[in-house]
Design a protein around this ligand. Structure first.
Ligand code: ARG
Ligand code: ZN
Length: 471
């Protein structure tokens, strides 16, 4: 809190004065990071480098107790700052000293350190907390899935606020250590590499590490009774898959799908370049909801994805996100097309490879499926709005946009773009405009009109998903 200023040499050759900075030099960090779709998501004033989460979870009661240690760097002089969090907090320390804190609304934790924080300093924040995530309603609901034998956090764009305090926005990615203690006989699954597990006094602790930048919504926790399979890829990366022991007659199809993770990732490497992380896998908990999510290194799959037998296509989708979404993350949630359009298109490429229909055939099918008066065409994949963020049009029309690009620039440039993008923006953030600029650069063609048509026109574009003339 002291500024050092040099006084003119005429006054004193090397006199250094320390004067207290006035309170006016310090301001509160913004309670949101500035995303128009979700104004409360993330926070201003600091950047997190690492989260260390030390947790204990009791499946019988859904009680989660935790200590989160957050290592961050301040980006402005801070009188106070916010974390996004919903559970009840018992104590906060900043740089080791007790800090004042208050809950604001249902997802903001406002922290006032004992002394203000100067810009550009490393700061440690310790938050001790406890609560039942299934009982925590934020915006009227809980993203926490309680299961008969445990609980699961996996949801987009929000899940972290139900189980750990964070700067909850993809713009602030960080590394993670997630250490979870659960009753013996129960497992705790998270992202990255299982560093170790050990048991004592009736509790087993699982220590997981993610050593590459990871967005908060891609950080997952699943507690339950799982069967676990492990393997190594040809390059030696650890593969770990986990299946609830309670999948009923979906168990076989779940394994027949998720056990193909290594094969699918190797194929995707041919399309997108080197796999961006140091671990792979997937997990299938006994949840009732139906979706899947690209949680980093270890996607979440609802058992319902496997209702009709093996579904390798969903594995392709979630693994494609490891490049498009996880390594290269959105700058804002309106950029969701740079995740979902590409994950869907990769399913079309898999179909093409498997002889189940080419991407062009699938594009023609989707184009014909939706007549001009179908509300499908009113959704703008390039800016769908928060209510339509995961509308089917973001996926399917989003993939049509890529088929139109492929036809415009030709296969050679198209696949160079698909492979180049995850390299140029590896472990970073990018938006729709960045992709258009990049595709124009690689192809040497003006593409603004093509993307305007396919991503921003609120009506059915004329001319099918544009099979090339003569094709
Ligand atoms: N990114 C996810 C996917 O792979 C979407 C999850 C959307 N969430 C939901 N509750 N539907 O498609
Ligand atoms: Zn997706």
């Amino acid at each position: 809190m002291h500024r050092r200023i040099l006084v003119p040499s005429a006054l004193a050759a090397s006199l250094v004065l320390a004067i207290p900075a006035s309170a006016a030099d310090f301001a509160a960090g913004a309670p949101g990071i500035g995303d128009p779709y979700y104004p409360a998501s993330g926070n201003g004033g600091y950047d997190v480098a690492h989260y260390d989460l030390r947790l204990k979870y009791r499946p019988a009661t859904d009680l989660l107790e935790g200590t989160a240690t957050i290592v961050a760097t301040t980006k402005q002089n801070l009188s106070r700052f916010n974390l996004d969090f919903g559970l009840a907090v018992g104590e906060v320390r900043v740089n080791g000293r007790k800090a004042a804190f208050a809950k604001r609304g249902d997802r903001e934790l406002e922290i006032t350190p004992a002394t203000p924080l100067e810009k550009g300093r490393s700061v440690s924040v310790v938050v001790r907390y406890a609560g039942k995530p299934s009982e925590l309603k934020i915006g009227g609901w809980t993203a926490w899935h309680r299961t008969p034998d445990g609980g699961v956090a996996a949801q987009e764009p929000d899940s972290a606020v139900w189980w750990f305090p964070s700067n909850d926005h993809p713009l602030d990615k960080a590394t993670y250590d997630v250490s979870v203690s659960v009753p013996d006989g129960t497992q705790a699954i998270s992202n990255g590499v299982l560093q170790s597990q050990s048991s004592r006094l009736g509790w087993t602790r699982f220590n997981w590490r993610s050593n590459k930048p990871q967005a908060s919504y891609l950080t997952t926790l699943a507690v339950g009774k799982f069967d676990i399979t492990t393997d190594k890829t040809a390059k030696g990366l650890p593969v770990l898959n986990a299946y609830s022991r309670d999948l009923g007659d979906h168990a076989g199809a779940a394994r027949a799908s998720v056990e193909r993770t290594t094969e699918v990732a190797e194929w995707l490497e041919e399309v997108f370049g080197p796999y961006p992380f140091n671990a792979l896998g997937g997990y299938v908990p006994n949840v009732t909801s139906g979706y899947a999510l690209e949680t980093q290194t270890r996607p979440f799959y609802s058992p319902r994805q496997f209702a009709n037998g093996a579904n390798v296509s969903v594995v392709v989708h979630e693994l494609a996100h490891q490049w498009y979404g996880d390594s290269v993350s959105v700058k804002g949630w309106k950029d969701i097309w740079v995740n979902e359009g590409f994950a869907r298109y990769s399913q079309w490429l898999w179909s093409e490879k498997e002889g189940e229909g080419t991407a062009q055939e699938l594009a023609d099918y989707i184009y014909a499926l939706h007549p001009a008066d179908d509300p499908f065409w009113t959704v703008k994949p390039g800016d769908p709005g928060p209510d339509k963020q995961f509308d089917i049009a973001v996926y399917d029309r989003g993939a049509l946009a890529l088929q139109a690009l492929r036809n415009e620039v030709g296969d050679e440039d198209f696949f160079a773009i698909l492979k180049g993008w995850p390299t140029v923006h590896a472990h970073g953030n990018a938006n729709v405009g960045d992709f258009v600029t990049y595709a124009e650069k690689v192809s040497g063609k003006p593409l603004a009109e093509l993307f305007d048509t396919w991503l921003y026109e609120p009506s059915k574009p004329a001319g099918a998903a544009a099979a090339p003339a003569g094709a």
